[in-house]
Design a protein around this ligand. Sequence first.
Ligand code: GAL
Length: 671
Amino acid sequence: MNPSARPFEHDGIAFGCDYNPEQWTPDVWDEDIALMSEAGVDLVAVNIFGWSHIEPRPGQYDFAALDDIIGRLHAAGIRVNLGTGTASPPAWLSRAHPEMLPMAEDGTRRYPGGRQAFCPSSPVYREAALRLVSAVVARYGDHPAVALWHVSNELGCHNALCHCDASAAAFRRWLQDRYVTIDALNRAWGTAFWSQTYGDWCEIGTPRATLSSRNPGQMLDFHRFSSDELLSSYRAEAEVIRRGSAAPITTNFMVTAHIENLDYWSWAADMDIVANDHYLDHRLEDPRAELAFAADLSRGLGGGAPWILMEHSTGAVNWQPLNKAKAPGEILRNSLTHVARGADGVCFFQWRASVQGSERFHSAMLPHAGTDSNVWREVVELGGIVDRIGEIAGSRVVAEAALIFSWESWWATQDDSRPSKALGYLDQVHAAYGAFHSLGITVDIVAPGADLSAYKLVVVPGLHLVRERDAVLITDWIAAGGTALVTFYSGTVDEDDRVWTGGYAGPFREALGIHIEEFAPVGPETALPLTSGATGRLWSERSHVTTAVAEASFTDGPSAGHPAITRNAWGAGSAWYLATLLAAPDYRALVVRLADEAGVRPAANVRGADDAFEIVRRRGTDASYLFVVNHGSAPLHIDADGTELVTGAPVCGTAEVPGGAVRIIREEAAA
Ligand code: GAL
């Protein structure tokens, strides 16, 4: 986190929402604000999609409605998270400048009528957006209601990868900065292959659709460039704001689900406070574990500092194939899981359910049914709890284990021409994280190259692309006494996507004590039994141990007889390796062994859980806070002492957490 970051100061945990009053008449605004007060809402994001309202004609501003709304919110004691309004350019702009519209990889334009219809490298868009930001900052820069600036909205959600001529020109400038000479670029991209050598910068374009697979180096750099380009858009807006306002600045990240285009490790230091949007993704095997993972990663992006959940939903979204309603109590369980994992703010998309536009079937705090609804009652209940636990704000999550996560590995794993399309990077990450989650062991998510000295156990799932220095940092940490689990496909390529030779796992090879000769992936239908009784899937390898001990080997499939799980004593520590994707119960059993060996435990003893649960401790200066979320229907019991903040009951030695409930125990002496 940037040391000169402006602190987001708020009394307790922020509770709020996106608010789109443009969609309603002023008489509705009165009711909105009264109900916001009833629910305890104290932070409201406005002007997120305001551009065509506040600048209806080029250079003609009309702030009357926004003045009114901000004034009403302020009068009600509700603070404003003020959007710069640049997320969805108005029709007049793209009509005058159709060249600003984004272009897909097949060379076709994407048109206005949705949102984010702009090329991130378009000079026309950039100029018009900054003019708008200047006007908004001039008007509200020192308004007492403004608690936070919200730059654009989910930058890159739809338009991250643009292939127009302006993007190609910007890509070339970015490449010239990175490589300086065309020879260096040719070497990095391996253009000797298929006669792809470039003689001049002007010959290079974005990786548009080709007949065959594309150059992997070019694809990888295009990802890096596209992430940097949107970050520069954020920086340009933030610079304008900084000149005219003292309030902190952020933008809402999209960690992680299926949006892989932005390397938030390189963005996070620019945020005064990290903010994330999270929606349960029911296309995943375990959406709840992914929620916990995304929350832990949001915390990791800020180096462990509290962050804000800028958006999540009270119920169904409208953009998955099947949009599931939440179960009774799930709003509380989801929201408080984010708080347990470090959020100091809980906000929703959106306040009042739209009746028009493409999000009219998206849930909201105030649903179409109105206040006579379970959603509304749970929102009010949550607002009350958030209010009562305000003292937790500023405390930090305690973790003894870490997981190394890399957007670059995500990009490289999923580009064209890889060993298997059946396996995605997130599948490996989620499987590893899910094993820890199911045991209630808290994990920090860290970047490659992060300092690991605070941890006893580190997992490195599928870190396909690795720089030598980042691998050495991990293996040195193991040698100093750490326990690590490295999983298959890690250490396969360097930062240019060039294969590490001499046996896969490259810079991890010696510490792991194995020699991997060949990858042998299998289809989703094939089970890979192991000698230990565990079952693997999707991946196997032909390898032999050098100094490691094989803990389990494949008994069947293309790698029968070859090791599947190995352990190597490396210095004072141990380096484990996993060569297949274990079934969930088997992964869990492996993590139990690793955690025992490393001396890592859940935040407290849990007994009787019949389903997943969360148990996380946040530590403050005077007390610690033990969060327990029971996703099951049976009560569970934990060992704890203190005061339970949801019910106000004292806890002596043990606490019962009823099925579906959340309990937060203040432990007086910092544990
Ligand atoms: C987010 C976006 C919001 C809204 C929401 C719906 O991606 O920032 O504006 O569209 O999704 O789930």
